[in-house]
Ligand binder design. Structure first.
Ligand code: ZN
Length: 464
């Protein structure tokens, strides 16, 4: 069996992955808060952990891996959007408008991530379906002295957990100095964080021993992971931006609530994404959602390919040039593998992925195999990366470019050349088209231009 090696944030080392139970390998990944469309940065962990899910299924068997990714469907940002709609005149109670917003956002999320070729996780629990478990966990933490109730709130007593800060490698005092902690007068210590908070008026709330209220964000993941994967499971994943405070708080809650278990054994974090060398932000005008890119005609498979070009632990840069390269490569591979029966995945590709999910290395191995013409191997290995799948290929066969202008131009140059017997202009345009990857077919019947596997739209644009 292939040995998978993963860089464990908990130990800061690359380690052999040894599952607790090879018959049921368990992974939890922090999912989205469903208040708006997923932006491109949100897509990175989805593709990273989908690739890990695929690798685990390849090594341990498709039925032997349980992948849980939650939906946070109770959050102040969701409430704010529902309230905005109500004020704008939308019919329905606030509760109904909240429900409407989370339902539509989950449907968008599914559609957008499906377009990237991400498999749906084994389970996608919604926080609001596990409120009972969150209350029970909170009660347990109070009983064991790790939490306290005050003024309708329940707070986690950070200093009661000696390992707090270990995952992110900071001391509690450093965190107080560096973090923007909310200093509420009822807190025993500024670092203490909310497990439960009161809901007023129309805010979504559930009855609890501390009055009507709702859970804090961090307790959701701890309660759902425990309910669905048990006290100890294999892998916990998420974006590096979640390390503090979210993941640090998740560990503290779970370790204190279930001291006999050890929560997750391997912690994996993907680095962040930039756009053309800059942080993605609305003020820079380089902020876009996955849907924006899909609507611009960039196929989901191309987006996936670009995300896989960078190792998950390195910051990655989204550029239009990379998307162009990825599209040209996929078009070529799709054409070449269209009628090929996949063999087994190439050892080089499996080895690269098993080495801490080296997707860049796996793509390099695919390029090498393509160079040697091993298309059966390319097809099988690409599947392991979620590429060249049947359902994703519609874009590659769809007419992608309008060559009518160039066709007309070439036809009229040819007509003029017939009269003048000077074919230099025809030859020059023909050469430029061929250099752009266009197949030029000239016959008595006329001129026909067909984009070939090496078609390069940028070179074609340069002709105009
Ligand atoms: Zn989480």
């Amino acid at each position: 069996m292939v040995t998978i090696r993963l860089t464990n944030s908990k130990t800061r080392k690359k380690e052999d992955f040894v599952p607790i139970d090879p018959e049921n390998v368990r992974m939890y990944v922090c999912g989205p808060t469903v208040y708006d469309r997923a932006h491109l940065g949100n897509a990175r962990p989805v593709v990273v952990f989908d690739t890990l899910f695929r690798l685990l299924r390849h090594v341990y068997g498709p039925g032997q891996v349980t992948y849980v990714r939650n939906f946070t469907d109770v959050d102040d940002k969701i409430n704010a959007e529902a309230l905005r709609r109500q004020k704008a005149g939308s019919p329905g109670t606030l509760e109904e408008l909240i429900h409407q917003r989370t339902e539509e956002t989950i449907a968008w999320y599914h559609a957008d991530m499906d377009a990237l070729g991400a498999l749906r996780p084994s389970m996608e629990p919604r926080a609001t379906e596990f409120i009972g478990q969150m209350i029970a966990m909170t009660e347990g933490l109070i009983a064991s002295g790790h939490a306290y109730a005050v003024e309708g709130h329940v707070l986690f007593r950070v200093r009661s957990y000696k390992d707090y800060g270990k995952l992110s490698g900071r001391s509690v005092d450093d965190m107080i100095a560096g973090a923007r902690v909310e200093v509420a007068p009822f807190k025993e210590d500024p670092m203490d964080f909310v497990l439960w908070k009161p809901s007023s008026g129309q805010e979504p709330g559930w009855p609890s021993p501390w009055g009507k209220g709702r859970p804090g964000w961090h307790i959701e993941c701890s309660a759902m992971a425990h309910e669905l994967l048990g006290e100890s499971f294999d892998i916990h994943g998420g974006g590096l931006d979640l390390l503090f405070p979210h993941l640090e708080n998740e560990i503290a809650q779970s370790a204190c609530a279930h001291p006999q278990g050890d929560f997750a054994h391997y912690w994996l974090h993907n680095e962040m994404l930039q756009v053309e060398g800059k942080k993605m932000s609305k003020s820079l005008g380089n902020f876009f959602t996955v849907r924006d890119l899909l609507d611009q005609g960039i196929p989901g498979e191309v987006i996936r390919f670009v995300l896989l070009m960078t190792h998950y632990r390195s910051p990655m840069d989204w550029t239009a040039e990379k998307a162009r390269q990825a599209e040209a490569t996929l078009r070529k591979w799709r054409t070449a593998t269209a009628s090929v029966v996949a063999s087994a995945p190439l050892a080089e590709v499996v080895e690269a992925l098993a080495d801490d999910l080296n997707t860049a290395g796996a793509l390099a191995a695919l390029h090498a195999a393509a160079g040697e013409g091993d298309w059966a191997g390319v097809k099988a290995s690409a599947a392991l990366l979620g590429l060249l799948a049947d359902g994703l290929g519609g874009w590659a066969t769809a007419p992608q470019v309008d060559l009518s202008m160039q066709t007309e131009q070439l036809a009229s140059l040819r007509a003029a050349a017939m009269a003048s017997k000077d074919f230099s202009a025809v030859d020059a345009l023909k050469a430029a088209l061929v250099a752009a990857g266009v197949e030029v077919r000239m016959s008595k019947a006329g001129v026909e231009l067909v984009p070939g596997p090496d078609f390069d739209p940028a070179k074609l644009e340069a002709l105009q």
